[in-house]
Design a protein. Structure first.
Length: 253
């Protein structure tokens, strides 16, 4: 997909994991193709779709650097597969029902080049509800919220260096909160490696995998994610109680 670029523009890998996603997938593809930043390789990891997803891949194959279509062991296994294929210095993940703002990659590259001591870059997002209403959501969480409440970062608006992914990948034993384990583990080890860009870069439909996960299943996964990330049993129980109280409070409002 790479167009003519200058030597000082790092290669960025964008990965989309998809399974039977023909309804919105074309919008996702176009948002990558039309980026103002040009030194991009686009990788599509398909889980063996049986709808029109493969037709869309064929339609845009000249803009897709690499793609694979085969069964996988879930969302995070597919993400790890894409990371293994990626050659870029910086890697972004865009869901097959979400889409980037046109300057998303350029903003992240600018932050990356200006902060060479950082390895994880994150920004804000635009939430899209079922009626198409847009609402900007900020993602600059405190350490307290990240450790004791939950996933207060946004995965589709995160770009992570290849160097960071060489240290650890996503835990395939978790169904929906492996990204939480990943960012929490990175934060606990080196919080100074995370950089926030105060700008919405991705449009996010409010009906993804996390939205379909029951509260009880989510709570169990969060407990396990905190364990795998290195939090002790006292911290994990405290986090469970704190997050439960917060959710109960908002339920009563």
């Amino acid at each position: 997909m790479n167009n003519i670029v200058s030597d000082n523009e790092p290669l960025v890998s964008i990965i989309t994991v998809v399974f039977n996603g023909e309804k919105y997938f074309e919008q996702t593809i176009l948002s990558v193709i039309k980026q103002s930043y040009k030194n991009i390789e686009y990788i599509v990891v398909d889980g063996g779709s049986t709808d029109g997803t493969l037709d869309l891949i064929e339609k845009y194959k000249n803009h897709i650097s690499q793609w694979v279509s085969e069964p996988d062991d879930g969302l995070y296994d597919a993400m790890n597969k894409g990371i293994g294929l990626a050659k870029g210095e910086l890697i972004g993940m865009i869901n097959s029902d979400d889409w980037y703002e046109l300057d998303a990659v350029s903003k992240m590259v600018e932050a990356y080049l200006s902060n060479q001591d950082k390895t994880i870059f994150h920004a804000d997002r635009i939430d899209i509800d079922s009626e198409g209403n847009r609402n900007v959501r900020k993602f600059n969480p405190s350490a307290l919220k990240l450790k004791y409440y939950g996933m207060t970062y946004n995965h589709p608006s995160m770009f992570i260096s290849k160097h960071e992914y060489k240290k650890h990948l996503y835990n395939t034993r978790l169904n929906s909160l492996s990204d939480y384990q990943f960012i929490l583990e990175a934060f606990l080890v080196h919080p100074d490696k995370i950089h926030y860009i105060e700008s919405p870069i991705v449009n996010y439909r409010l009906a993804g995998i996390s939205a379909q996960t029951s509260k009880w299943q989510s709570a169990k996964e969060a407990f396990e994610a905190r364990k795998q990330a290195g939090m002790n049993i006292f911290q994990r129980i405290s986090a469970f109680l704190f997050s439960s109280l917060v959710r109960f409070y908002y339920f009563l409002k």
